[in-house]
Design a protein. Structure first.
Length: 485
């Protein structure tokens, strides 16, 4: 994965006039730009419609470029990761007062978007300029013209405009002048740094105990995977202050916080799994297939050259245990189960559905190893046929294309457990080998399977199966589904 900090430095040094960072993590984006400016010994300016153009870090707008807080020597060679360098920058920032100096205000007449762009066009110093929430003004003709003029001027100098926004659609006039910088979800190393920074910050105002060693802190970071940096900060802050300690209880608290945050995101939901294959009557072929691949997630299997399984489609009659199988796979393999809520992925705005799906795949990969459960798969791609463009403007077809590419190319150990009631409705390119490992058909239970189901359910209800005529019950329940039994 490309280091975002290194990528940003390359873009700035190569005189890229406009860099767009589509992210909800404005704080992280600004910190990344500040760190890049510090390593390149470039001043950073920030603009918002509330404050106008100000010098980053609360320094006077006419101040000279500050000395870099991070030694650029030895850092440009990639000797340390983004996580380590950002941690160094953040810790250095915490030791310096970031409070604005007395009388420090923004540059006069720069609050309006057109005004600040006119000012940037006249600036001659090499610098980086962050424009916050600029997506709200990009539709104005004057703003687009000004921004284009600024970009054409910055092309020959080490001056770069950074636009941060949750989502932005640029006009075609700017397309050739823009580079996009993606902020990936933080990895374990970065999350470990976040835990250390948050603990150090809270320790300044609270009396905290430190009861976790390096292994415990790593476990906390592992449980934070899949969250944005700001979400991780909130989760770890609440967990630490709940116990006034970085203690073993924090490990489970942050996991619960992550479950709640993902549930509120509307697309993924953690599912508690107490089931195992022993709780399912029948389906011996599926059980045997899963048992053979049980240890494929372990490091020993990867070192031996075995690839983890990619996924299965379980299709068949309603009420015969397809969803139960998905839960049982996670319970048997002792892996987290996250359910993809297909009803929440579609958005009324063009292009937003695809962005949501891309984010979903990123979160799923950060949670790996994990089981991704897609219930009623045929309904996700119901409109992906030849007439998709007339029924939903081609959204389902593009969604199918994104899903197929991810299923084919992903490297993270995410096992997809998909269920379907109607295989005819599934696109043929979706069910070929290479994307899913196997297809399993779940039919009405036969006599032996009905007996197994009766035994399991009677025992579950704390009744002795020996007290019942299982043979007669199995005959009477012929043509019953598992749910009906």
């Amino acid at each position: 994965m490309v280091d975002p900090l290194e990528r940003l430095k390359v873009l700035i040094n190569s005189s890229t006039p406009i860099v767009v960072m589509e992210t909800v993590e404005e704080k992280r984006a600004v910190m990344l730009v500040r760190a890049a400016g510090a390593e390149l010994n470039l001043p950073v300016f920030e603009w918002s419609i509330a404050d106008g153009l100000t010098r980053s870090g609360g320094l006077p707008v006419n101040a000279a470029a500050v000395a870099p807080r991070v030694d650029p020597k030895g850092r440009n060679a990639g000797s340390s990761s983004e996580s380590e360098r950002l941690l160094s920058y953040v810790m250095s920032s915490m030791s310096h007062s970031e409070t604005p100096l007395s009388g420090n205000t923004g540059i006069v007449n720069t609050k309006e978007p057109a005004q600040v762009l006119a000012h940037l066009e006249q600036m001659t110093i090499e610098a980086v300029f962050i424009l916050k929430d600029f997506h709200r003004h990009i539709e104005e003709a004057v703003v687009v013209r000004r921004l284009r003029d600024v970009a054409q001027r910055f092309c020959t100098q080490r001056q770069t405009v950074i636009i941060t926004a949750p989502s932005i659609s640029l006009p075609p006039e700017l397309a050739s002048l823009v580079e996009y910088l993606e902020l990936p979800l933080p990895d374990v190393a970065r999350l470990r740094a976040v835990v250390e920074v948050v603990h150090s910050r809270l320790a300044k105002t609270h009396t905290l105990k430190l009861q976790l060693d390096a292994t415990g802190v790593h476990a906390v970071a592992e449980n934070l995977r899949g969250l944005t940096e700001e979400e991780a900060e909130r989760a770890i802050s609440q967990a630490i202050l709940k116990h006034y300690s970085l203690c073993p209880e924090v490990v489970t608290d942050v996991l619960e916080a992550k479950k709640n945050l993902l549930r509120r995101s509307g697309m993924l939901e953690f599912i508690e799994c107490s089931e195992s294959l022993a709780n399912i009557g029948g389906l011996e072929n599926l059980k045997h297939w899963l048992q053979q691949r049980r240890g494929a997630w372990e490091e020993s299997a990867r070192s031996f050259g075995l690839e983890p399984p990619r996924g299965v489609i379980i299709l068949g009659v309603q009420g015969c245990g397809k969803s139960l199988c998905a839960r049982a796979i996670a319970g048997e393999w002792k892996l987290p189960l996250v359910r993809f809520d297909t009803s929440m992925v579609f958005d009324k705005f063009v292009g937003e559905t695809e962005k949501r799906v891309k984010k979903l795949f990123q979160v799923a990969e950060e949670l790996a190893p994990a089981i991704l459960w897609i219930d009623e798969l045929e309904k996700v791609f119901a409109g992906s046929g030849a007439d998709s463009s007339s029924s939903d403007a081609g959204v389902s077809s593009r969604l199918l294309g994104s899903f197929l590419s991810w299923m084919q190319d992903r490297r993270a150990p995410v096992f997809v457990a998909a269920t379907s009631n109607n295989v005819v409705a599934l696109p043929p390119e979706l069910i070929r080998k290479g994307r899913f490992d196997e297809l399993f058909f779940v039919d009405l239970p036969n006599s032996v399977e009905r007996k197994a189901i009766f035994n399991l359910q009677l025992a579950r209800h704390k009744l002795n199966p020996a007290s019942f005529n299982i043979e007669q019950l199995a005959v009477a329940a012929k043509s019953y589904s598992g749910a009906e039994i």
